[in-house]
Design a protein around this ligand. Structure first.
Ligand code: SER
Length: 323
């Protein structure tokens, strides 16, 4: 991973991964790409940036050759709730982008990472301690693209020898970039509202357990998996990973440890609730721990403390900039 092309660099994962890799390996170690340019954006300003629509394979190839990258980290995709609103676009973008990125990796012999998700599971999957290898019949377009992506990555490894790797991410919680259109996003929104209004109206019902992880652990996981010796890997793609499993009342209780008068209300969104109900409660991460030493550091309270501190500072600075 000496020089990496990242797609979707302005997204929730991309923005933090780009900055972290540049910090560790230098500004030119990442060619950051996204479909849009945002003036003054920290990620764009911190090193090489190019506009890239991932459905344009020719341009992706031109950029990969121009910068002589050795790795593609393909992150551009629509998340679950948006994908349910625009299923055809989700298929075209999530699958079209992935197959293009895999083709570029195959032709140029590049290492490859792309994330799958808890969304790749469906109502028929064992919900508790969900095994690494199990039934996957998702009922969302997002899930359909994620399972297909897992299979495609395995295929490119087996058929063409492309060094594909990946994880199934749970809901990711971060303060730098706001996520867009995910079902697990309630667990991010809640921190913003807790700081601003000491109150949050959740679109996910109490009692709905989902796996979650704090972004620093997610970034560590990507880097660790990419560095793992191939001989250690029994699986290659779609490793189950998670750091915690909670339901809305538990994250509210964690916030109350720091903001005692925080109030939780509910106005359930049937679309996102149905998606959440079709996903597992808690994944078994044994394979990731054994094969490449996956070892997350943040539990719910440690994450809450850090989120509230960092977000409070961020919101203060945003106000200062705006005035
Ligand atoms: N966080 C994602 C979503 O909610 C799941 O991978 O769509």
């Amino acid at each position: 991973m000496k020089r990496v092309l990242i797609t979707g660099c302005l997204g929730q994962i991309g923005s933090e991964l780009t900055l972290r890799l540049r910090e560790e390996n230098g500004r030119d170690s990442v060619i950051a790409t996204d479909i849009r340019h945002v003036a003054g954006n920290e990620v764009i300003e911190s090193g090489p940036f190019e506009i890239l629509d991932v459905t344009n394979k020719a341009r992706m190839m031109v950029l990969a050759r121009k910068y002589e990258v050795d790795t593609i980290i393909h992150l551009a995709a629509l998340l679950s709730a948006v994908a349910e609103e625009k299923p055809q676009l989700a298929w075209d973008l999530n699958m079209g982008g992935l197959v293009n990125a895999l083709e570029v990796a195959r032709e140029l012999d590049l290492k490859f990472f792309t994330p799958s998700s808890i969304g790749s599971f469906g109502p028929g999957t064992p919900a508790v301690n969900t095994p690494q290898d199990t039934l996957q019949r998702p009922t969302t377009m997002y899930g359909v693209t994620k399972v297909s992506g897992e299979l495609l990555c395995d295929y490119y490894y087996q058929k063409f020898g492309v060094d594909t790797r990946g994880v199934r991410f749970p809901g990711l919680i971060s303060y730098k970039t706001e996520p867009g259109g995910g079902t697990t996003d309630y667990a991010v929104d809640i921190y913003y509202e807790a700081i601003k209004h000491k109150s949050y109206t959740s679109f996910i019902a109490p009692g709905t357990y989902m796996d979650m992880m704090y972004m620093p652990d997610a970034i560590d996981a990507i880097i660790k998996l990419m560095k793992a010796e191939p001989s250690q890997l029994v699986h290659r793609n779609a490793f189950n990973i998670t750091a915690m499993s909670f339901e809305p009342e538990q994250i509210a209780a964690s916030i109350r440890k720091f903001i005692p008068d925080f109030e939780m209300k509910y106005d359930v969104d049937p679309v996102r609730q149905q998606i959440a109900d079709s996903w597992p409660d808690s994944l078994d991460t044994t394979c990731a721990r054994n094969e490449w030493d996956f070892n997350p550091q943040y539990d719910l309270d440690k994450m809450t403390k850090d989120m509230l501190e960092k977000l409070t500072n961020k919101l203060k600075n945003d106000t200062v900039v705006r005035h």
